[in-house]
Write a protein that binds this ligand. Sequence first.
Ligand SMILES: Cc1cc2nc3c(=O)[nH]c(=O)nc-3n(C[C@H](O)[C@H](O)[C@H](O)COP(=O)(O)OP(=O)(O)OC[C@H]3O[C@@H](n4cnc5c(N)ncnc54)[C@H](O)[C@@H]3O)c2cc1C
Length: 309
Amino acid sequence: MLRNFFIQLSTSESARSFTTHFGPARQLARRFVAGETLDEAVAVVKELNSRGIKAILNHVGESVTTPAEASAAADEFQAILQRIRTEGLDADISLKPSHVGLGFGRDFCFENMAGVVKTARDLGISVEMDIEASPDVDDTLAIYHRLLDTFDCDIRQAIQTYLFRTPADVQKIIEAGGGIRLVKGAYQESPAIAYQRRDEIRQASFRVIEMMLSPEAVAKGAYLALGSHDPVLIEALLRTANRCGLSPEQFEIQMLLGVRRDEQQRLADLGYQVRVYVPFGTAWYPYFMRRLAERPANVFFIGRAFLGA
Ligand SMILES: Cc1cc2nc3c(=O)[nH]c(=O)nc-3n(C[C@H](O)[C@H](O)[C@H](O)COP(=O)(O)OP(=O)(O)OC[C@H]3O[C@@H](n4cnc5c(N)ncnc54)[C@H](O)[C@@H]3O)c2cc1C
């Protein structure tokens, strides 16, 4: 119930205005968001890299209201790519389709994405695409496949295991030799289209891990990044990779900035590829609310600060 409450708050304008001006909430957000500027995010990435951890840079923003804003967002990602190269960071980028214009049609979003992907390819940097709420999934996957067909480079698509449709989507990506970031899913979806129970979502994740690490999929060039903090899923990934005879360079584990930091380091120290999602920017509010939805206990820190305890 609390999860749904925070997901609904993520779209409320009055809650956004209150939270972004409320000191303790801003302070807690800093655990999950690198800062408001690219300079702050670069400092966080350098610190992660110094500890053997890779990064995904994400300039936060979603559902822009004009095509000009969407194109400006795509330009910003071009600048991030250049900065990754000039600073020699071990990082890639991730974009939300709605941030770069999905609301203005597939073709418009594709053109914005294509500009970014072309620059990334020229600089030798991977690109990841986030996945948003279910009404956007068809368009997002269509754009992903078109990008994969157009540019022969490393583009990875986030895929949500809670959706019933996922095995078919994953099979199509395997056939295309693509890569995925497998996540449970952070939005509120109907029981008509998505698993609701934790155990069902885990079982669905196990099935996708098996699909992506199978010798047939790996031979086609498929690549799996597991985006999860769940010890049961991480263990399943490592066990399956071991059984399939894969080396640590053939898959990776991704986590969010500020979540299970000790585990990030432990896995990196064991020699696994660990990549941390580093969001930054002024539009951090909806991202922050989805993090509270995943672990409502986080909100007690704000309450305690509010009461001065
Ligand atoms: C790199 C990355 C990228 C993602 N990209 C997307 C995307 O594109 N689209 C999308 O829908 N979702 C995305 N997600 C979010 C994902 O869908 C889940 O909502 C989120 O990862 C929580 O699920 P979990 O697998 O970590 O397991 P959970 O069972 O939720 O968490 C396992 C344990 O991790 C810890 N934990 C998890 N979340 C938090 C938190 N917020 N604060 C503190 N502790 C926490 C807790 O100890 C918890 O017990 C992404 C997640 C990651 C890691």
